[in-house]
Design a protein around this ligand. Structure first.
Ligand SMILES: [Zn+2]
Ligand SMILES: [Zn+2]
Length: 387
């Protein structure tokens, strides 16, 4: 059973939606135009219910099958937000908003889920209910959590949830998935070291915070290399180093460093937080300074549920011939919050040989639309088969 013919027919229309969304990117919860467009389309398709304002700018559509004897309710989720990146694709439908760009393909995810909603509204060839979920703020705002906190799962009685992400470098329209931990927990740290500033020619009269902070940056690398069991995944990256003086002849009073921690388990996450505190406090004390440490826990590990993963892989194979084994991804994904509330699965769909997501030359591949739409439609039709 290859891609559904109906999506080949709809491909031009879905592509036009995708390019319209691409041209008008919106960041975090500011997806006002996109949300309005989604809600308007869902109304046009004849969804049984369309609700806006769930999770601030999130949109929910409900489509009932021909029958509802199964009592099953499946949630399908797409993300709608763009990134604060200045687009450099040179496309004729490139972003019209300087400094904002659909560089993660959420334009494609939104358009494909709209395509699936159109098809499912037309055919209703299933026994149960579909809830299509369009969320804002995947890129750092935790929009999935805000929608869940607004009662998304309980209000519509969602029993299982499924999500999809395009993946550059993976063959176009192919699928790959893995059970269990899949995307990393993403935490942030922000540390201000304080010493005693002074004249750069009289270092003995100062507590040199630059030297102190530099030692800390190197020592933080030992969390991954010396503290963590090598069979577990952990990334500790210092990404910012700012001194409180930019002069060449001043030893600065303060240095602020920032960075991120990526882990695949609670143990590694706890270890990272504990060691960052110990290492930075200890080094600061050794050099006669202080460390003010903030550790912020962001998205949790995204964990695919076994049974739903097996089912999602079977559906992917029915659409595209086979389903590959996906690698662990040290990036974060806020669908993790939905998978904490309900069983479900998240799958990667090949975007072909394109720039990586979050690159200014990245673009979603419209030729993947029939495969992505078919996977969503088949999830519904195979999980809740009509009599
Ligand atoms: Zn992204
Ligand atoms: Zn993304």
């Amino acid at each position: 059973m290859p891609v559904k013919n109906r999506f080949a027919e709809l491909q031009d229309e879905i592509t036009a939606w995708r390019r319209d969304i691409h041209e008008n990117p919106e960041i975090l919860f500011e997806t006002h135009r996109t949300s309005a467009l989604v809600a308007q389309k869902l109304q046009e398709f004849g969804c049984d219910e369309v609700v806006t304002g769930i999770g601030r700018t999130g949109v929910v559509g409900v489509i009932k099958g021909k029958a509802d004897t199964s009592g099953k309710v499946i949630g399908l989720r797409a993300d709608m937000d763009a990134l604060p990146i200045h687009e450099q694709t040179g496309l004729d439908y490139a972003s019209k908003t300087p400094g904002a760009m659909h560089a993660c393909g959420h334009d494609g995810h939104t358009a494909m889920l709209l395509g699936a909603a159109k098809y499912l509204s037309e055919t209703r060839n299933f026994d149960g209910t579909v809830v299509v979920i369009f969320q804002p703020a995947e890129e750092g705002g935790g929009g999935a959590k805000v929608m869940c906190d607004d009662g998304l799962m309980d209000r519509w009685g969602v029993q299982e949830v499924y999500g999809l992400h395009n993946w550059p470098g993976q063959p176009l329209g192919s699928f790959a998935i893995r059970p269990g931990s899949f995307f990393a927990a993403t935490d942030q740290f922000d540390i201000t070291f304080e010493g005693r500033g002074g004249h750069a020619a009289k270092p003995h009269e100062t507590v040199d915070t630059t030297v102190l902070a530099a030692q800390a940056v190197l020592a933080l690398q030992t969390i991954a290399s010396r503290n963590a069991d090598p069979v577990h995944q952990i990334v500790v990256s210092v990404t910012s180093f700012e001194t409180s003086s930019k002069a060449f002849n001043v030893i600065p009073q303060k240095v602020q460093i920032k960075g991120t921690v990526r882990t695949m388990s609670k143990d590694m996450r706890d270890l990272a937080e504990k060691r960052i505190n110990e290492v930075c406090t200890g080094i600061a004390a050794t050099f006669g300074g202080t460390a003010d440490i903030t550790y912020h826990r962001g998205y949790p590990v995204m964990v695919n549920h076994e049974e739903q993963t097996e089912f999602a892989a079977k559906v992917a194979a029915s659409v595209s011939g086979s389903c590959g084994d996906a690698p662990l991804v040290m990036g974060g994904e806020d669908f993790a919050f939905m998978l904490e509330e309900r069983p479900g699965a998240y799958i990667l769909m090949g975007n072909g040989d394109t720039a990586m997501v979050h690159h200014p030359e990245y673009n979603f591949n419209d030729d993947a639309i029939p495969a992505g739409c078919s996977w969503w439609a088949e999830i519904v039709e195979q999980r809740m088969p009509a009599a």
